[in-house]
Design a protein around this ligand. Structure first.
Ligand SMILES: [Fe+2]
Length: 455
């Protein structure tokens, strides 16, 4: 197979005549369109072996088999897919079943061939990972037309997909790197997932014991890692082309630990049910975890999916029973946590602190309440790239800013174990006087406010 032509990056240049500044400004998209984003529909992973990936999620993460697309006489000639679900979290694992080149006599439609080619290219460039963050929307065609008119690259024009259970309208655009957003509008669809997927039953015995479930609710947020200095351009793309706005929380998003650093801006849909934090490396002593991701992912990509639960103690206990390993937190964190709890005056903490410590959960507080979170230690693929966060919210709507230091120190221990905590390769700081160790926390917000005035 000849080397593929590079996929051009999404056009994220600033569009004249719009006011697409994401930093505290309302996106230019009309409100009725912005309101048409409903929720995360699914996350679609490119895989080498979809069956093995589905089996991991069923046996270790408590998902149940939902649907399947497999080779048939006249359909699904290039790709197969396994779909699993837990609560409202739906994950699709899709894998090529043949090389991505055309041969005489192969029964494969143009549409299926293009899909096969894009999954194969994604695997070749990035390995296994999230290639499509799918949104459920009310106005697929209008959102697609707006995105294309405002700089997005089209991957698939709006098309009706129909089977005996009804129809959906779906269109796909490219976002950062090779990651896609498919917009799915249910017209009258009542099937298990999407047209031409067949329902399947889970066959993992451990999942048949209903007294031991992993109680997930939905995808809470989906983090996209970018390369050096790319964060603001991507945020502007979400504001201008997708009608998202910046989601403000109390967290300080410019995080520096002893060695590595990163910056994050959270972009959200109008109803704030879709939250897409956008992250990039910042200057630190050593390679940022974001830089490590970008290097091993061969470009920007989805770093983690946060899975929301209403009982993190039960969820993590059960996942540990199944063999999932989580990050390890320093014992000193829990000594400090007991002090932090004494100073906390929000809604009462329902969980036992001994359970929290035994499970190595992290806790963060703000004026609205608190949240608990942890992170799966193993990455989803063999590369040190994408992973899962487990999160429970009791009022607090941030992302665990108070835990970033403990979390990143834990991640850096793993990064050092892999031999990847070496000097960063980023550009020299544009703000050298600010970027000395420990001095850049909170400075970015001032620069952002200044940049907003300039725009
Ligand atoms: Fe997160």
């Amino acid at each position: 197979m000849s080397a593929p032509a590079p996929i051009p990056p999404a056009d994220i240049t600033y569009m004249p005549g719009t006011t697409s500044n994401p930093f505290g400004y309302v996106a230019p998209m009309p409100k009725h369109l912005r309101e048409s984003y409903l929720n995360f529909f699914s996350a679609r992973f490119a895989c080498a072996n979809a069956k093995a990936m589905a089996h991991y999620h069923e046996s270790m993460m408590g998902f149940r088999a939902l649907a399947r697309r497999e080779m048939e006489k006249d359909r699904n000639r290039g790709l197969c897919a396994e779909v699993v679900q837990n609560g409202k979290i739906t994950l699709e694992f899709v894998a090529p079943v043949m090389p991505a080149h055309r041969e005489e006599g192969l029964k494969i439609s143009d549409e299926e061939y293009e899909d096969l080619e894009s999954v194969s290219l994604f695997l070749q460039r990035h390995g296994e990972g999230v290639m499509d963050v799918v949104f459920e929307v009310k106005k697929c065609k209008e959102l697609y037309d707006w995105a294309i008119a405002h700089g997005a690259h089209s991957v698939a024009e709006p098309a009706l997909r129909t089977d005996v259970y009804g129809s959906v309208l779906a269109a796909t655009i490219r976002t950062y790197g090779d990651v896609l957003h498919t917009l799915v509008e249910r017209i009258d669809y009542s099937g298990c997932y999407l047209p031409w997927y067949k329902p399947v039953e889970t066959v993992v015995p451990i999942n048949s014991d209903l007294s031991h479930t992993v109680p997930f609710v939905k995808i809470d947020h989906c983090v996209g890692n970018q390369d050096w200095n790319q964060m603001e351009g991507v945020c502007k793309f979400y504001a201008r082309a997708l009608g998202f706005h910046q989601y403000f929380t109390d967290d300080d998003y410019n995080v520096t630990t002893e060695y590595s650093a990163l910056e994050t801006t959270v972009m959200a849909s109008e109803n704030e049910k879709i939250k897409m934090p956008i992250t990039m490396p910042a200057i630190g002593k050593r390679m940022s975890q974001v830089e490590e991701f970008v290097r091993y992912n061969n470009g920007p990509g989805v770093q983690h999916l946060a899975l929301l639960t209403e009982d993190i103690v039960a969820a993590v206990t059960e996942m540990r029973r199944r063999g999932v390993q989580f990050i390890e937190v320093s014992p000193q964190y829990y000594v400090d946590l007991r002090d932090r709890v004494r100073d906390y005056h929000g809604p009462p903490i329902m969980e036992n602190l001994d359970d929290i410590e035994a499970l190595n959960l992290l806790v963060d507080f703000n004026k609205d309440g608190y949240l608990l979170q942890t992170f799966v230690k193993d990455h989803i693929s063999s590369r040190p790239t994408a992973f899962y966060e487990i999160i429970q919210r009791r009022g607090a709507q941030g992302f665990g800013g108070g835990n970033f230091r403990a979390l990143f120190e834990s991640i850096e221990r793993e990064q050092a174990r892999r031999g990847n905590l070496h000097p960063h390769s980023g550009p020299q700081s544009q703000y050298p006087e600010e970027e000395k160790e420990g001095e850049n926390r909170g400075r970015r917000r001032e620069r952002t406010a200044h940049a907003a005035k300039q725009d």
